[in-house]
Design a protein around this ligand. Structure first.
Ligand code: PAF
Length: 286
């Protein structure tokens, strides 16, 4: 595995691979890699001849007071894991490479309809930071495809939209949510949970599954479903940020005739803010 922080060297390598008709897959990360990230690397590997990963803790997607400084950085273990999963090139730029004039964002990429809802409402500026850095990374790497985890479902939708709207020549692939054996979605922020909190955390996925079952059984009283779900999460001692039922394709408010819904949730537990979601296909009406 080649490791570099130089965008020009990476581009030259990617251009050479492309001249050899090799397909290039890309997995951007902020490091602190866990099993979820590694399934994304494996997905990129299955679909491409060469895999590029990046590790960049992007300052512009952290709201003031969030955990940018303390975000877990586990460089040596990350390199080992990427090597074991046959990554060809690890791009690890410093802040000055990505933001030569500082992270003030003179030029921004914003997806207005998705920017301020759900996670965007609690994390002002977060999706502008994500959309801008992902656009820059895609332009630097110039992959044929890029894989993003579906755990961050709103992020995935933001990226699909910006790629469509800006006509970026890249295929966006959603990687399935990787879960611990008790259902908790894998996340770097799970490390913030104390043992007793860790035991309570799977209530999120259990609640999502229960709501999905009821939707699939034909219930359409969304408000009642959500009230039950919020109560269940609250009883387990978590503080619900949001629990919603939305149209899966664009996160607009759900209607009973949508083809597919997503149930996204965010909740606070100790130091951690946990997110998860499940998607539900509308049952066919008889
Ligand atoms: O999902 C992440 O880890 C980050 O938001 C991403 C896509 C690497 C952009 O910094």
């Amino acid at each position: 595995m080649q490791i570099g922080s130089d965008a020009a060297a990476l581009r030259a390598q990617v251009a050479e691979w492309r001249r050899n008709a090799e397909r290039i897959g890309f997995v951007p990360t902020m490091g602190n890699l866990h099993g979820g990230h590694l399934t994304l690397i494996d997905e990129a590997r299955r679909r491409s001849d060469r895999v590029v990963a990046s590790i960049f803790v992007n300052p512009t997607q952290f709201a003031p007071g969030e955990d940018y400084q303390s975000y877990p950085r586990t460089w040596t273990a990350d390199c080992e894991a990427l090597r074991a999963h046959e990554t060809d090139w690890l791009f690890a730029p410093d802040v000055g490479t990505i933001y030569p004039d500082g992270p003030g964002l003179r030029t921004r990429v914003e997806v207005p309809e998705l920017n301020d809802i759900l996670c965007g409402a609690s994390r002002p500026g977060h999706f502008t930071g994500v959309a801008t850095v992902v656009t820059k990374l895609l332009n630097i790497v110039q992959p044929d495809l890029a894989v993003f985890g579906l755990k961050d479902y709103q992020q995935y939708r933001v990226i699909c939209r910006l790629v469509d709207d800006l006509s970026l020549p890249v295929e966006i692939v959603g990687g399935a949510v990787a879960r611990e054996s008790d259902g908790l979605a894998m996340s770097s922020r799970n490390a913030y949970l104390q043992p007793a909190e860790r035991q309570r955390a799977p209530v999120l996925y259990r609640t999502l599954c229960a709501l999905a079952d009821r939707l699939q059984a034909g219930e359409t009283d969304f408000e009642r479903l959500l009230a039950d779900g919020r109560a269940r999460i609250h009883e387990a001692g978590l503080t619900v940020d949001y629990l919603e039922i939305r149209r899966a394709e664009d996160l607009a408010p759900a209607g009973p005739h949508d083809r597919e819904w997503v149930i996204p949730v965010a909740a606070y537990l100790g130091r951690a803010r946990l997110i998860d979601n499940v998607r539900v296909t509308r049952p066919s009406s008889g």
